[in-house]
Design a protein around this ligand. Sequence first.
Ligand code: HEC
Ligand code: HEC
Ligand code: HEC
Length: 399
Amino acid sequence: MSANKDIAAERPKFVLLVAGFGFFALSFVGMGLGPWISLGFSMEPPAEMADANPYVDADGEKTAIGRGREVYINEGCWHCHSQFVRPVANEEFRYGPVSQAWESMYDVPNTFGTRRIGPDLAREAGRRSDDWHYAHLWNPRSTVPRSIMPKYTWMFEKEGETWKPTQKAEDLVAYLQHLGIAFKQEVRAQVWPSRVVTAGSPAISEAHQRRGEELFGLHCVGCHGETGDGQGIAADFLAPSAADLTTRYLPREEVFRVLFMGSEGTAMPSFAELTEKDLWALSSYVHDMGKSVRKPALALATDPVVIARGEVIYREKGCITCHGERGIVPPAIESGYHPAPKHFRDRLYSADYIKHVMQEGRKGTTMVPYRAIEGRELDDLVAYLNSLFATDQYKEEQP
Ligand code: HEC
Ligand code: HEC
Ligand code: HEC
């Protein structure tokens, strides 16, 4: 026998043993130790999140967020929704910052999910208003007309004529509004554009107009209703209610602005992800819904004496602090209020609608009722508000 005879051939058991231990050690280091050490680096939460398990309070009782998480798990939302923004395929442009390890340190069992039939929810905090979530849970088709998500009507109960969320639904929404809360500001900047980007209003053809109608059916009817009167199937849940688009004259540019920016603090989302062409088609369609308001509204605002009296009321009642000098909302107010007060320079309302708002205010906003203004004072105020419309800037387009 030669001395250099192959060890493997002579002592196969020994080699297998060494290889076995070797591979075990390798996988232990690679799949256990390595991730554990590198997790340690990314496990450090920002100071303000450090000592807070959001799911239990100081007495060990489940919080609303904790109960909401239970509902999320029990209802199997994770079958269709992931909670993990991956560092690939530009996901952060859609969802926000990539997920970090510390975010899920209290999530036992985890809710990463494996499938995305619906969108990732890891960055849901602040993306939608609470009322949007209620309407959506009650019937997803009310806020997203083409949605395939199932209804969760058993989380609601009927109170008189309207549906109200139960504790379960409230907890679930508290949980959804907590998902990715540490990144709310970043996501906010993504979801609510702070300035409008457009090349300007194109000429509107008939095909364009039909496209507008089609898009309205695809995206808007659940909230605004078929006719735009704000009575879509989501109506019970929305506060403030979806705008009644038949009571106001909105120039195309103003509709475009609202569609692009959304109305933060309300269910009205930004549609900036649609193409510019589609946004103009929608703007034109919505503009037409309120076209008949223009003439009568302007006709009310012709007598300078009446307008001057209206202006005194506008100042004395303090409308001017929010709606601004000449109906232009001051920038600090506009960025500080969600939703922002409306610019009267860019819109006309029917007299009936203004009177309705003076009676009821706008539920869910800082616009309170002013029932003390009535009779001639109210007519004067209506005339003044309509006189603020920038008639020369928004010349009505020729048919
Ligand atoms: C059968 C799959 C399915 C199930 C189950 C499901 N969803 Fe969805 N979900 C979707 C789809 C598809 C969408 C996208 C369309 C839409 O917004 O309705 C969606 C959208 C959403 C959105 C909107 C995200 C956004 O900001 O656009 C939220 C929030 C949501 N789902 C929460 C839930 C919750 C909570 C549950 C469990 C109670 C749940 N979903 C169960 C499929 C599902
Ligand atoms: C989830 C419900 C919802 C959906 C979907 C929705 N809206 Fe709205 N919309 C609202 C609410 C609520 C308001 C009121 C916002 C406010 O008072 O600031 C509103 C306001 C508006 C306004 C502003 C009116 C004004 O006087 O400033 C326009 C224009 C509008 N929506 C058009 C649309 C169009 C077009 C679509 C579809 C592309 C759409 N909305 C989809 C809920 C919705
Ligand atoms: C504290 C601030 C504040 C004051 C004061 C105020 N408003 Fe408003 N107003 C708002 C806000 C915010 C909105 C937007 C509500 C919304 O988006 O639905 C609004 C909306 C409106 C609307 C439009 C509602 C709609 O559906 O588009 C009218 C009309 C209006 N205000 C009239 C007045 C008049 C008249 C006065 C004075 C008597 C007044 N407001 C005082 C904050 C204010």
